[in-house]
Design a protein around this ligand. Structure first.
Ligand code: ADE
Length: 247
């Protein structure tokens, strides 16, 4: 996959893309990432990329000319152009999986009050937000999306299973993990994990994942696993009935 990023702050990407999984994916030739300074497409001596909003108001707006020039030069044959903005669709694991199917992604990092509306209307394929809070620019959000997408590319993670099993992939949060020592300060690893019974371990992990999702993220449960809510309720009612009859 090829990824291009248009930004006013190219150096922000130095650290995150030089470490860990993204760095390994780049080294392995799985992903190619190019960071571009929007000012490179400015046409005046001062390399201006923003201007005051028509109609007045606070802040500055990114001008259309440098953004159009940059996008038109970089998008190529099949570049998918993504604007990072708090007004976009809220990013999630499903969208990460969708983006991982493209050959070429081009991220535009908004700044200041945003970009001229004509850029959004005529040069952008989709707008993404990473959550309902406002950051000072689209750089950190673009890094988040690039990370989530890159780790899904075939060959990036050692085991394909790790992306299939992990939190959110199947709409469930992950089950708890333990490693050595078996007993740490008196807190023991659950016996089942030491039993060697793989079927029983798989069952226990699934139960834990379901319980965690029900407890912590009823919104995920409603969205991906509505049948679990009903089962959980039935379970509670059964438990209630037993308790009542036992009294
Ligand atoms: N730019 C500023 N805040 C943002 C957010 N939450 N998501 C995407 N881009 C942004």
């Amino acid at each position: 996959m090829r990824i291009d990023i248009i930004t006013l702050f190219p150096r922000m990407f130095d650290g995150p893309f030089r470490e860990s999984i993204i760095a390994r994916a780049i080294a392995a030739g799985i992903v190619e990432i190019h960071i571009h300074d929007l000012r490179g497409w400015a046409t005046d001596r001062h390399r201006t990329v923003d201007d005051a909003p028509f109609g007045g108001g606070a802040g500055m707006v990114l001008k259309p000319e440098p953004l159009f020039a940059a996008i038109e030069q970089l998008r190529g044959e099949n570049g998918h152009v993504i604007l990072m903005t708090p007004q976009g669709q809220v990013f999630n694991q499903q969208l990460a999986a969708d983006l991982a199917t493209y050959n070429h992604l081009l991220f535009v990092c908004g700044h200041y009050e945003g970009v001229d509306e004509r850029v959004r209307e005529h040069a952008i394929d989709r707008e993404l937000s990473i959550g309902d809070y406002v950051l000072s620019g689209g750089e950190l959000p673009a890094m988040v999306v690039v990370d989530a997408v890159t780790r899904l590319l075939p060959g990036t993670l050692g085991s394909h299973l790790s992306t299939v099993e992990e939190s959110h992939a199947g709409g469930l949060l992950e089950y708890p993990h333990y490693t050595r020592p078996r007993d740490f300060r008196g807190w023991r690893v659950p016996d089942i994990l030491l039993s060697g019974n793989h079927a029983a371990i798989a069952r226990w992990r699934h139960e834990q994942a379901v319980r965690r999702t029900l407890e912590r993220r009823p919104d995920l449960t409603r969205k991906y696993l509505p049948h679990l809510l009903q089962e959980h309720k039935d379970g509670d009612e059964d438990a209630g009935a037993t308790t009542t009859s036992g009294l």
